[in-house]
Design a protein around this ligand. Structure first.
Ligand code: NDP
Length: 471
């Protein structure tokens, strides 16, 4: 049993002001795996005060001092990679190979990227008579979700630290363990008191208190659209900067010249990674109508081949994060059936042989873009296939969405693929599987605002000052 009942405030592990705990459930077993404390506004006040005090000195540190700390954190992070991965598996159900692989690896990647960016970042520049300074914005409230828990935390904590900001992290109740280990890493690496603080508990209490707090200068949030809207409203009275990374319903366009079977299989199995709980997942697969039959066969074969089960064993897919997430996904599958979508693979209920744990069948539907399952973010292993007539039609379908976070194009002719990417109203597009830690990441439309990752992620945490010097 894991104990994460103490908070990390002002460089110390402290008891909450008013003790209150909640169980943490292992989604693969439905058993209690540990407990967290549910913090209160009083804990937020303590953490914000510590962060404010620390900002005075941390904001004045040199780039070298911050690089030294990031490198010390990197050494500790590397030493605890396995612990971090195991924690992710236990808290949110990713297979161990994913937890210790890409899940923990993304955190390591963001840390290395923060170091690389800080090594060359220009905090000052002269433009004509104006000296432009980029200065840390102040105390940052960082509110994160459970789906890629280390990715979401590290893409906020390290740029904040690197730019001279101090922070208070509120990890998700459902996935508190990896954040706890990260706080241990920050402590062991010698992070000065108050520079990084962490409080566990309910978003409606702690997240809201952070968003409204007069001494918090900025909120960076990743999660659902309704909560993003609420945070923006809560932050408005104190005129905070708010960065939002919200949901998506991203299109994956397979071009006519692509190896259809290979690419449809890659898109289908890609959708099932992390049990489909990825904001930028290619959850709408667009294939030429002329080759739909072939595409459906490839998608069915790929979905049927996804192994589901105990995340500690050698499987491709574990459970989804919680009972409530399982129910939401089942409701969407039912909606798809009710709407008359064609069920290609999977469907309602748990996969055969799994009667405990929040396991979902890898599911593929054929439908049109006006179906609810094609419009709303399901956040589970459910892919919809939609046919297109020509490239203009493909772009029109891709853009016919309230969201605009990710996008994918598979095809041999890169010029055609790039021309499509130019027309897609979305923040990040992967052509034939590209990946880059330095590429800015964030959404158009209801997928949010602001950009994380790499150098763009630094700008989120910086104010810009102009000093104009006359004769
Ligand atoms: P939420 O948006 O509810 O939670 C994300 C974080 O925000 C959690 O830490 C949560 O705390 C916190 N939070 C909740 N309410 C508030 C509030 N009023 N003020 C400040 N912070 C708050 O996501 P869920 O976990 O409930 O997931 C629901 C849906 O959101 C998913 O089905 C999916 O569609 C979408 N989602 C999108 C993600 C993305 O990466 N874009 C990631 C996760 C979810 P608490 O721990 O109490 O929940």
């Amino acid at each position: 049993m894991r104990d994460t009942t103490r908070f990390y405030i002002d460089g110390k592990w402290v008891e909450p002001v008013s003790p209150k705990t909640a169980d943490v459930i292992n989604p693969a077993t439905e058993q209690v795996s540990g407990a967290i404390s549910l913090g209160s506004a009083d804990d937020v006040n303590k953490a914000v005060a510590a962060a404010r005090r620390a900002f005075e000195s941390w904001s004045r540190t040199s780039v070298k001092e911050r690089l030294d700390l990031l490198r010390a954190i990197q050494a500790e992070y590397t030493a605890r990679l396995q612990d971090l991965g195991e924690a992710v598996t236990e808290e949110m159900g990713a297979p161990l190979s994913l937890g210790c692989g890409f899940q923990a690896g993304l955190g390591a990647g963001h840390l290395q990227t923060a170091i690389e960016v800080l090594e060359q970042f220009k905090f000052e520049e002269q433009r004509g008579q104006t000296l432009i300074l980029r200065e840390p914005i102040g105390v940052c409230g960082l509110i994160t979700p459970w789906n890629w828990p280390l990715n979401q935390v590290t893409v906020k904590v390290f740029p904040a630290l690197a730019t001279g900001c101090t922070s208070v992290l509120k990890p998700p109740q459902l996935a508190p363990y990896s954040a706890q280990i990260l706080a241990e890493i920050m402590h062991k690496a010698g992070t000065p008191a108050g520079v990084f603080n962490m409080i566990q508990g309910q978003g409606s209490v702690i997240g809201s208190a952070l968003s409204k707090h007069p001494d918090v200068d900025m909120i960076s949030f990743t999660g659902s659209e309704p909560v993003g809207i609420q945070i923006s409203k809560d932050a408005a009275d104190t005129v905070k900067r708010v960065g939002l990374e919200l949901g998506g319903k991203s299109a994956w366009i397979i071009l006519d010249d692509a190896d259809l079977a290979v690419n449809v299989a890659a898109a289908t199995s890609g959708m099932m990674v992390n049990s489909g709980q990825t904001c930028s997942a290619g959850s709408r697969l667009l294939v030429p109508n002329s080759r739909m039959e072939e595409a459906v066969a490839a998608a069915k074969a790929a979905a049927d081949a996804v192994t589901v089960g105990d995340p500690l064993s050698d499987v491709a897919m574990g459970p989804v994060v919680s009972k409530s997430q399982w129910n939401i996904i089942q409701d969407y599958i039912q909606k798809g059936l009710d709407e008359g979508a064609t069920l290609i693979s999977g469907g309602l209920g748990r996969p055969t042989g799994l009667d405990r744990g929040y396991f979902v069948k890898p599911t593929v539907f054929g439908c049109t873009n006006d179906a609810v399952i094609a419009r709303e973010e399901i956040f589970g292993p459910v892919l919809v296939m939609i046919g297109y007539d020509d490239l203009d039609h493909a772009v029109a379908i891709a853009n016919d969405s309230d969201f605009g976070l990710g996008g994918y194009v598979s095809g041999r002719d890169k010029d055609v693929a790039i021309s499509l990417a130019r027309q897609m109203r979305t923040g990040a597009i992967w052509i034939n599987g590209g990946f880059d830690f330095h590429a800015p990441f964030g959404g158009y439309k209801h997928s949010g605002n602001g950009r994380e990752w790499g150098e763009y992620g630094f700008h989120e945490y910086l104010e810009v000052k102009s000093i104009m010097v006359g004769g």
